[in-house]
Design a protein around this ligand. Sequence first.
Ligand code: AMP
Length: 289
Amino acid sequence: MPLTTVHTVADLRATVAKWRADGLRVALVPTMGALHDGHISLTKLARTHADRVIVSVFVNPTQFGPNEDFSAYPRTLPNDQKLLDEAGVDLCFAPSVDEMYPDGFATKVHVDGAMTNVLCGAARPGHFDGVAQVVTKLLLQALPDCAIFGQKDYQQLMVIHRFCADLNIPVEVIGADIMREDDGLAMSSRNRYLTSREREIAPILNRVLTDITQKAATGANIGPLLAKGREAILSAGFDPIEYLEIRDAHTLDLVTQTVMKPARIFVAARLGKARLIDNQAIRPANIAG
Ligand code: AMP
């Protein structure tokens, strides 16, 4: 079946209702478009969990700060539709801003607590409230059985788990592995902001994370590892580094000495016009999991 695109919640719901009547399982993959192989890998994972796959394409204004790249964010719907069609996706939901936030819209979804104040939450105030708002809406609009999110945005995935549990949203939230270019750079819609020189530099970010991960996993003191990593990232040309931190994989509490439990290293740094983020799991060598 070729890809169908709908632009309204009513049309989305009518399509899902037909599938439901046939007893089919439905998966949703929320995106902001400018699709790449990272997004496509989520649709493949979605297919293993459901009979029908919906991809939403919506650049959500409420998760961008006043000085961020909302207007400049790439919008490539015809190409996105082509990629989704080739990937065998059933439905593309591409609402307008007015469809999502009509006149009089007044409801916020605020996720409290340490998890939203650190990392990207510290640098982008209100960002996760915007994410929680739009993801809550998308999940209630489509009411899928499951929704797939990438670990590329690991903190976002944790926040989504939190509010889905807190609000009893009856959708299984599934995390997907990070897809990388051959040189290790995490795929991202924002990579297209990089000049060719910057594109050559960018993979250093992942090399630094991998190096720290390997040493931290075998019990090295992380202070000096992070200091050396910062130096390598800055001298490659990134400026500034927003954060380079190791945190507990579940609570996102800061780890300061050695890694004793499953943890994660997180980085955000600016290279030219692009703000790049990446992360990796650190599994201490002396424990499983
Ligand atoms: P975005 O369009 O950037 O909002 O991303 C939509 C979804 O795709 C989010 O769940 C992201 O975490 C996920 N995603 C983006 N890049 C990647 C990647 N390189 N690997 C896996 N998932 C990704």
